[in-house]
Design a protein around this ligand. Structure first.
Ligand code: 26V
Length: 810
């Protein structure tokens, strides 16, 4: 369909009238935003329908990406971009006296995720749609997403994220696709026609209702679907007699208890708690999802014995693991297949990605609680485990300890990662080092058993959001130098390196960065009241606050720099602005203490006249996708300083690099692949390597107090934490102090401190040679193409899912 400026003007006016029942001139920005959203949906509707029609022919493998989190952010601008009408639309609105950017700002972020794992799922949706993969996202439509963070008196305060308070224009409720999900009850054995059947009785049933969002591919007329499930009561289960008896409260209580299941996203991402409600959420997604997939397949005429040839089910971390026993349940109890056939179909359809090696984040469910909530699913897991342990026994006769370590059920718990490894055909890590650690350490026994299941898929980010959308000026420069090819084929960015010989290109790069920094400076001033210097180095660490990510190490070196400036007010440094943002899990005391520390440092340093303009520290509130889109293009230095071996991959490292920031990196996660791509001269590396970290774990020998006693700079900054420098209340930062000294600095911050400072001094020197610096930035941009999630998705499609790209005559 050709969408011209005049068409948009006409359609927009008509849509506005239809939606709001008044003239455009009388409307506010929220109404105008909603109108544009509806129009985008209308423009994509035909393609959405025809894509689904195409999929129903079962010619292509259907990929279902099951994830408890999808961190989409805003959809308006990317949808316009992918439809190919962004510029035309901007012009059309201008004629109507409407500023597109103002409308974009009306959109609430869709923040249904904690961090890396959820954002990766969102990037994958965009890449699947844009690279012609039949990829469907299945998740939960939490009424409240990831909490809004306010900073009050330097402390994090959590406020409910009411993202649905005004209408979500993107979703369509599909009541007719609802599924019933059953909890509790008992299982009875029945013999029918000489065949044993297990029947689930006396259960409590809820209704899972899907809401569909179109995922528009980049200029390819393909529209995929993100299907999010919400819970409602089933009318016939609803206790009307209680209602009629006047027991309104009781019936309302029942309704609330059901709706609680899809009420709120769990805001922890590194501490697993065995909460019943979380288990209900996970089963809701999986049961509604798998029933839906099987129903769709059968209604399209699919033969259940060939299910795995047409369907791939991907499990994003262990959270949707129950897809395995749930598919078994449906194939056996409802489709009447024998165990062996069901098992083969299940294993060959399901694949699993691991996203963390932090032991405290690994999911395991208490058997008693599980059995009570999901009796039939538990029976199936038990059976899977029995058959599997029998196999182990024949391979490792007599090795009881090994078998009990590898068992799916053990010590009174069901171990979800083990169930994934056994029940799927593919297990992947998210960066080379991470996969090696899975194979050789964390899952080494499983790796020896099933070597061919393990593989690596290094993460990626969608360059459409993280370059084209968030950095339009850089995109223009790239287009004018290397042409438009990189937009469809991001590895073409490599051609940019050639243009770096031209000093006018480097100058243009510098100017673009400066403009982006000015824009961010304004945002900082408007939101925080802090005046920062756009000519200073923007030194950025934005991500979840966690001890292993070492925001504390960053704080300590800022405190050290401050000491150096106080000691020598003439200290010759390039001015720097330190920018932080990130949320702490509400129950994570140390992370919350770190936020307080950052704010105290900010207060102290920004208001010390002796420091002047040399350094400024800013903590921006409420880190989220739309804020990241403003920060990333304005960064000079990207802080990726996790303790080596702890960050599975990281993805903000890729976003920053693609926007021409230099990475300050430990050799952890995907930083290693970034170094390989840009070469050691275009990245700053410091700190312990993986071997050294493992050596400490294995042989001990690390003593934080020794470092404190021997190194006067370490001693001084550590003392600053408790001597009143940063808070009149000397106890305030004791938790951080204690964790670094008395608890022996689990993440080796003090060990890496000196190396980190030296590396930062190197940055200071490098930045003075602006030509060299711009060259480095340019190489980072040129080498970032392989970190597009289009590459990652292509690897999943060919290496795991066996999914081909779709070609249609459109
Ligand atoms: C765990 C839990 C535990 C139970 C409560 C809810 C919850 C939610 C999430 C998680 C696991 C989070 C794991 C995660 O986000 N890993 C990150 O994945 C990124 C994408 O692969 C990767 O870049 C990051 O390095 C990794 O930390």
């Amino acid at each position: 369909m050709l969408i011209t400026k005049n068409k948009i003007i006409e359609d927009y006016k008509e849509k506005f009238l239809e939606l709001h029942g008044k003239e455009l001139v009388d409307g506010n920005n929220l109404q105008k935003y909603e109108t544009l959203g509806e129009l985008v949906k209308k423009y994509s509707a035909k393609d959405w329908a025809s894509t689904n029609k195409e999929y129903s022919k079962l010619k292509n493998k259907q990929v279902y990406y099951l994830s408890m989190e999808f961190l989409l952010g805003r959809l308006l601008d990317n949808s316009l971009l992918n439809l190919g009408i962004r510029e035309t639309c901007e012009e059309a609105l201008k004629e109507l006296n409407i500023d597109l950017h103002e409308l974009e700002d009306m959109e609430q972020d869709q923040g249904l995720g904690n961090g890396g794992l959820g954002r990766l799922a969102a990037c994958f949706l965009d890449s699947m749609a844009s690279t012609n993969i039949a990829g469907h996202g299945f998740g939960i439509r939490y009424k409240y997403g990831f909490f809004e963070q306010q900073i009050i008196d330097g402390k994090q305060v959590e406020v409910a994220d009411t993202w649905l308070k005004s209408r979500n224009v993107w979703e369509i409720k599909k009541t007719d696709k609802s599924e019933i999900v059953k909890f509790y009850g008992k299982v009875e054995m029945e013999v029918k026609k000489g065949k044993v059947k297990f029947v689930h009785k006396d259960y409590e049933a809820v209704l899972a209702v899907p809401y569909d969002t179109p995922i528009i591919g980049y200029k390819n007329n393909l529209v995929n679907t993100l299907r999010l499930w919400s819970v409602e009561t089933i009318c016939k289960e609803f206790d009307f007699s209680a209602f009629a008896r006047g027991e309104f409260i009781k019936s309302q209580e029942y309704k609330n208890s059901v709706e609680a299941i899809s009420l709120v996203l769990y805001p922890e991402d590194s501490f697993y708690e065995g909460k019943l409600l979380r288990l209900k959420q996970e089963y809701l997604l999986v049961s509604a999802g798998i029933q839906n997939i099987v129903n769709e397949y059968k209604s399209n005429g699919g033969n259940i014995s060939l299910f795995n040839e047409s369907v791939a089910i991907h499990i994003n971390d262990t959270h949707p693991t129950l897809a395995i026993p749930e598919l078994m349940r449906i194939l056996i109890d409802e489709e009447g297949l024998e165990w062996e056939e069901a098992w083969e179909i299940t294993q060959s359809s399901v694949s699993y990605t691991n996203h963390t090696i932090l032991a405290e984040a690994l999911e395991k469910w208490e058997v008693d609680m599980f059995k009570n909530l999901l009796p039939r699913v538990y029976m199936i897991i038990e059976e899977i485990n029995q058959r599997y342990c029998k196999e182990l026994w024949s391979i490792y006769p007599g090795e009881w300890d090994k078998i009990s370590r590898m068992s799916i059920i053990g010590d009174g718990y069901i171990r979800m990662a083990s169930l994934d490894i056994v029940g799927s055909h593919s297990v992947n890590g998210v960066a080379k080092l991470h996969t090696e650690i899975l194979k050789n350490q964390e899952m080494s026994e499983f790796y020896s058993l099933y070597p061919s299941k393990f593989n690596n898929k290094t993460n990626g980010i969608t360059h459409r959001r993280w370059l084209i959308k968030c950095n339009p000026e850089l995109t223009e420069l790239l287009k004018s130098t290397i042409g438009e090819g990189f937009m469809k084929k991001p590895t073409d960015l490599k051609m940019f390196q050639e243009h770096l010989k031209d000093s006018s290109v480097k100058l243009a790069l510098a100017n673009i960065k400066l403009e982006n920094k000015k824009r961010l400076s304004k945002e900082i001033y408007n939101t925080k009241g802090i005046m920062v210097n756009p000519n200073s180095i923007f030194d950025v660490q934005v991500k979840r606050i966690h001890a292993y990510k070492r925001q504390t190490l960053n704080c300590l070196r800022i405190m050290d720099l401050y000491n150096r400036i106080i000691d020598n007010p003439n200290l010759d440094i390039v001015p720097r602005t330190f920018i932080f943002a990130g949320k702490a899990a509400p129950g994570y005391y140390l992370a919350k203490n770190t936020i307080e520390l950052i704010n105290s440092i900010s207060n102290k340093i920004n208001n010390d006249y002796r420091v002047g303009d040399k350094i400024k520290v800013v903590m921006m509130d409420n880190y989220r996708v739309s804020l990241a889109e403003k920060i990333v293009p304005a960064a000079d230095l990207s802080e990726q300083i996790s303790t080596t071996t702890k960050e599975a991959s990281g993805t903000s490292n890729m976003k920053f690099m693609m926007n021409g920031a230099i990475t300050m990196a430990t050799l952890d996660g995907a930083n290693i692949e970034i170094k390989d791509a840009v070469g050691p001269e275009n990245i700053i590396v410091f700190g312990l390597n993986a071997k050294e970290v493992f050596n400490y774990y294995k042989n001990g020998g690390y003593n934080a107090w020794d470092i404190y006693n021997k190194d006067s700079r370490v001693k001084r900054v550590m003392n600053n934490l408790i001597d009143g420098t940063y808070s009149a209340d000397k106890e305030r930062f004791k938790p951080i102090y204690e964790s670094l000294l008395n608890y022996n600095d689990e993440f080796f911050a003090l060990r890496d401190f000196n190396d980190y400072i030296d590396a930062q001094d190197k940055v200071d020197k490098l930045y003075r040679d602006l030509d060299k610096w711009q060259e480095m930035c340019g190489v980072n941009i040129a080498k970032s193409g392989i970190f597009s999630s289009d590459r990652t998705i292509n690897e999943y499609a060919t290496g795991i899912w066996g999914a081909n790209t779709i070609y249609r005559n459109l």
